[in-house]
Design a protein around this ligand. Structure first.
Ligand code: FAD
Length: 169
């Protein structure tokens, strides 16, 4: 199959992602599926935004941001911030902290923006992770243009699955 816009869209549909909302000091937020944990030493995370998209304006003057990794019951919040509706603080229950937090998210990652690269049609932002708060619950998954819950594959634990490690922590 040739690499063209259609095949790339199909690839994008086949690659599941987490769903996170990046919030900033301006009270802005945008839904991203491009979150990645990049490095442990130093602790770095990244996300990327399409240049020219509405969400991209979040990057204007960006110095600090919070990544809210959504829980499986928060698909509506993912949709909300993908549509970029204004005046959403009360509806979503955003806290009034400098970097607003989405209650119920499974992880809150507070970051300072370190690097910014223009790559292809995206801007990639790399942030230094300064504070992490984790909550119980399963993360929301986006796959094939829809939201999903995450369940383990049935069967015996695999040697490299990490399930034993998870069950002891
Ligand atoms: C689950 C989910 C994940 C998203 N992740 C990202 C992301 O990592 N980076 C980003 O720039 N925007 C992402 N978006 C889109 C973003 O949240 C806003 O919807 C977008 O910025 C709105 O801009 P627009 O009106 O120009 O929309 P559009 O023109 O509809 O979208 C602009 C661009 O956003 C990107 N985009 C749209 N939906 C997705 C998606 N599901 N996954 C990945 N990219 C998408 C595409 O590259 C598209 O060209 C995501 C949306 C959803 C629902």
């Amino acid at each position: 199959m040739p690499v063209d816009a259609k095949s790339l869209r199909q690839v994008g549909r086949q690659v599941p992602s987490s769903v996170a909302v990046v919030t900033t000091g301006d009270g802005l937020g945008v839904t991203v599926g491009s979150l990645g944990v990049l490095s442990q030493r130093p602790p770095l995370v990244m996300f990327s935004l399409t240049r020219g998209s509405r969400g991209h304006c979040l990057l204007n003057g960006l110095t600090r941001f919070r990544v809210n990794v959504l829980a499986e019951e928060q698909a509506w919040i993912g949709e909300h911030f993908a549509q970029g509706e204004p005046g959403d603080r009360d509806l979503v229950g955003l806290t009034s902290e400098v970097l607003p937090r989405i209650p119920g998210a499974v992880a809150h990652l507070e970051c300072s923006a370190r690097e910014r690269f223009e790559i292809g049609d995206h801007t990639m932002v790399i942030g230094l992770l300064e504070q992490v708060d984790l909550s119980p619950g399963r993360p929301l998954v986006y796959w094939n243009r829809d939201y999903h819950s995450l369940f383990p594959v049935a069967g015996e634990p695999l040697a490299f699955s990490g399930r034993e490690v998870q069950s002891t922590t």
